[in-house]
Design a protein around this ligand. Structure first.
Ligand code: LIP
Length: 274
């Protein structure tokens, strides 16, 4: 363990605290489909007034608790105080106020507040909190992963043909079509596929053994930062998105017994061009 690491238990506690406060606000303000909604990259890429309010709360509380750190958020971008490109020592909080926005918009209770803290490319701690169920997922680097305080461990799957794999699709219709074609091709190679609608919770599901693997192209750092650490600390192998990867700019997270055949079949099915 790097001797100059900050207090990881404290960072985890801060992530859990602010994500829980944000989840309570989101639960109070459950939006009704069609209200207070505007769009971003496409007509299906929606942001609600609640997204904005929740991110504002996260930023305010992190400024109070961690004033020397910077924040990168889905709605308001990178804080002006960010200097992490300098000596690389500044901590950056990477937050998604509502991951699973469309589920939230439709009243589907499968969305989460995701909060991670990174130094450079390394995630030090993270929390994913579900407003609907109140479940609290968290992890710290080397400190294990838990849900509501209970230790998490990935499944023991060892055969891809018997693996339950989740994925997701983007907001651009043309890419969504390519993603759908890849998922259709993958179906005959695995037990089944699930599309839950939240990358953060897809990664938590792998950590809990509810799915054996997850992959998705073109998601953002705030979607996967916390969930990837939770899955890793639960025993998953996680390949963060990398445009140079042979399976394209996708995150892949899976229990060790199937991660190699999963990545190999994604490559064979043309994932690089999705
Ligand atoms: C969502 C991701 C999900 C993906 C959706 C969307 P958002 O993030 O969590 O995995 O399939 O298209 O990107 O927009 O709800 O924060």
């Amino acid at each position: 363990m790097d001797s100059d690491l900050p207090d990881l238990d404290n960072l985890r506690a801060v992530a859990v605290l602010v994500a829980t406060e944000a989840a309570e606000l989101a639960a109070e303000k459950q939006v009704v489909a069609g209200e207070q909604v505007r769009t971003k990259s496409s007509r299906t890429d929606v942001v609600t007034a609640v997204d904005t309010a929740v991110e504002e709360l996260l930023r305010r509380r992190l400024a109070e608790l961690r004033p020397s750190d910077s924040v990168l958020g889905e709605e308001a971008g990178l804080s002006a105080t960010d200097s992490s490109a300098g000596d690389g020592q500044q901590l950056r909080w990477v937050v998604d106020p509502i991951d699973g926005t469309v589920n939230f918009l439709y009243g589907i209770p499968w969305y989460a507040v995701s909060v991670a803290v990174v130094r450079g490319a390394e995630t030090l701690a993270g929390a994913v909190v579900e407003p609907a169920s109140g479940r609290v997922w968290s992890a710290s680097l080397g400190g294990g992963a838990t849900v509501d305080g209970r230790p998490l461990a990935v499944s023991g799957a060892e055969e891809l043909s018997l693996a339950l794999v989740s994925t997701g699709f983007g907001y651009q219709a043309e890419r969504r079509g390519r993603q759908g074609a890849l998922a259709a091709s993958l179906l005959s190679e695995v037990r089944d596929i699930r599309r839950f609608g939240s990358a953060a919770l897809d990664l938590c599901a792998v950590a809990a053994g509810w799915c054996d693997g997850y992959y998705e192209h073109a998601i953002n750092h705030w979607d996967w930062a916390a969930g990837a650490l939770i899955a890793t600390e639960a025993g998953a192998v996680v390949h963060p998105p990398d445009p140079a990867a042979p399976f394209g700019n996708a995150i892949v997270a899976a229990t060790p017994g199937i991660v190699v055949p999963l990545t190999e079949v994604l490559v064979a099915l043309g994932a690089e061009t999705v």
